[in-house]
Design a protein around this ligand. Sequence first.
Ligand code: CU
Length: 153
Amino acid sequence: MPMRKLMRSSSKIVLTIALVAGTLFPATRLANAGGGEIEVTPERAAACAKADKRYAKLYPNAPDDGAVIVKLYKYNFCPANVTVKPGTTVRWINVDKRTSHSVWLKDAKIDESERFFPEETWEYTFDNPGQYPYLCGPHWKDEGMRGFVKVQP
Ligand SMILES: [Cu+2]
């Protein structure tokens, strides 16, 4: 086979492999392949800045009971990545206006939460060190709504 043709066909093979890999492992998954952390795009960071403002407005006098707060807003977990000590409760608060969400610690084989509506919460206490990627049941596939909890050793 002439070199040119060989090069062309091997680049086709590379493309095919990339396409297959893209099908098997969606982009978000590939982006997480390293440490499991969620990639925060500028768009998601901007949405989370709004989520913080909304949270502050909704709960101006929220007591600090040691729980780590993750807001759910416009198909984002805010912040998407949290690192906590063992025994920490993470409390997810829906600060959206209409949309209900869930928290699904699928890889840890923990049942998906009920769908919770704006200004409702769900929480979980992480006793064991490890990495806990999680999803929003209704929105992880199409909206890439995913989060990540790292529990320190
Ligand atoms: Cu959701």
